[in-house]
Ligand binder design. Structure first.
Ligand code: GTR
Length: 404
């Protein structure tokens, strides 16, 4: 049985490499100097840093600061009877300041009362309007089904991306760019864009979450849809405290490979949203093959943590096929850790999730959106990998523990 499994892995590896060659994808396990990465140590200390730097320099930009010394948490409200007594709601203000002024993230967290503490959970980076994340729960939205998340035994936390940086091209004056960017000097072509600013915000929220004794800081997922999904991937690459990184319908410069991409391409995204990425990214307009990285390498930066890519059948702008191929081509890095990746080389059928490996995937029937179906699949995946067997994979699927 074990021999058969190893044989299948070897065949899959060959197929993956062949497909990678066809697309001229950079090999995540080959350094710029042409050295093959064969050990975890070489990956962690060398190649991982090299890839991360390439993404900073060419795509998302470089944040000028990590955790500011001025960071301060102010717990404004603790309501132990939220959701008809099913949850405790905490509303926390996360304050910071820099040379250009002050900022604040407003965080809402629901912790299931019945669950054993500390409780694992999900942090949504909300890029829709405030009504989708109403902490009073007068307004409810499938975009953030907080009741459902709590019912399934998880923490539901969220904040608004606009708290960090409004989604407009204002020359990087407002939001955290204005607060932390070097004053009176010309902006570097590697300076952080808006996606990186939102990702930085999720890390500041993590700074709070890891201090809360009710929350299981080693089992926290970060979730985002579309531009929010691009943000979660960049956040998970920069901040290894997130144990699970979920990108929903993230498409261009999210989960989807840039090379040979259908729908939105680099020139288009840089034209419609000139503030999302660093200035250097514009060099790759209509030149996706010149990029020294591709998005499968962004996924590979999550290894050995869990990563999840969700697509939708009608979301052609995002390109579900290239989102899936990214998962396939990130897999060699997971195998270096002795872990399974997405475990498929052919596009799966709609609503047939791939959950047994460390790279999760599903394609929902429908349009570009974040729905309760998606959330339920994210929680199924977390159940399998975090709660070990409460909703275990079917007996004919393979275990998820590392292979020796
Ligand atoms: C689109 C954009 C996509 C995606 C989407 C969204 O207009 O082209 O890259 O991010 O917005 O965030 O909803």
């Amino acid at each position: 049985m074990k021999k058969l499994f190893l044989f299948c892995l070897a065949v899959a590896a060959t197929m993956t490499l062949r497909a990678a060659d066809d697309l001229s994808l950079p090999d995540p396990l080959l350094t710029r100097a042409g050295e093959k990465v064969t050990t975890i140590d070489q990956w962690q200390k060398g190649r991982r840093q090299e890839i991360l730097e390439l993404f900073r320099e060419n795509i998302y930009g470089r944040a000028p600061i990590g955790r500011p010394d001025t960071l301060r948490f102010d717990v404004k409200e603790v309501d132990t009877h939220a959701m008809n007594g099913k949850a405790t709601l905490k509303r926390v203000e996360i304050h910071f300041s820099g040379p250009g002024g002050k900022g604040m993230i407003s965080l809402s967290v629901f912790i299931p009362n019945k669950a054993k503490k500390p409780v694992p959970g999900f942090l949504l980076i909300c890029n829709q309007d405030r009504d989708n994340i109403d902490p009073t729960r007068i307004k409810k939205s499938p975009y953030w089904p907080a009741e459902r998340i709590v019912e399934r035994g998880y923490v539901a936390a969220t904040f608004l991306n606009a708290d960090l940086d409004p989604d407009q091209h204002d020359g990087f004056k407002n939001g955290v760019h204005g607060i932390f960017d070097p004053q009176n000097s010309k902006r570097s072509p590697e300076a952080w864009g808006t996606i990186a600013a939102w990702a930085w915000g999720a890390s500041r929220v993590m700074d709070y979450l890891e201090t809360d004794k009710d929350i299981d800081k080693i089992r926290l997922g970060v979730v985002g849809h579309s531009r929010g999904g691009k943000t979660t991937l960049w956040c998970g690459a920069e901040d290894e405290r997130f144990a699970l990184v979920i990108s929903n319908n993230s498409g261009s410069t999210g989960a989807a490979l840039a090379r040979n991409k259908k729908g939105e391409q680099i020139k288009r995204i840089n034209t419609s949203f000139p503030h999302w990425f660093c200035e250097n990214y514009k060099k790759f307009n209509e030149k996706e093959n010149d990029l020294p990285v591709d998005q499968h390498e962004l996924l590979s930066l999550m290894a050995p943590r869990l990563v999840y890519v969700a697509s939708a059948t009608q979301d052609e702008w995002a390109d579900p096929k290239n989102e899936f191929l990214s998962c396939v081509h990130a897999e060699p890095v997971y195998r270096l850790f002795g872990l399974r990746g997405v475990e498929a080389t052919q596009m799966p059928n709609p609503e047939q999730p791939l959950h047994t490996g460390h790279i999760g995937h599903h394609i929902r029937i429908g349009k570009h959106d974040l729905t309760e179906y998606d959330w339920d699949r994210f929680m199924d995946f977390a159940d399998i990998h975090w709660k070990q067997g409460q909703q275990s994979p079917k007996s004919d699927t393979l275990p998820t523990t590392p292979q020796k």
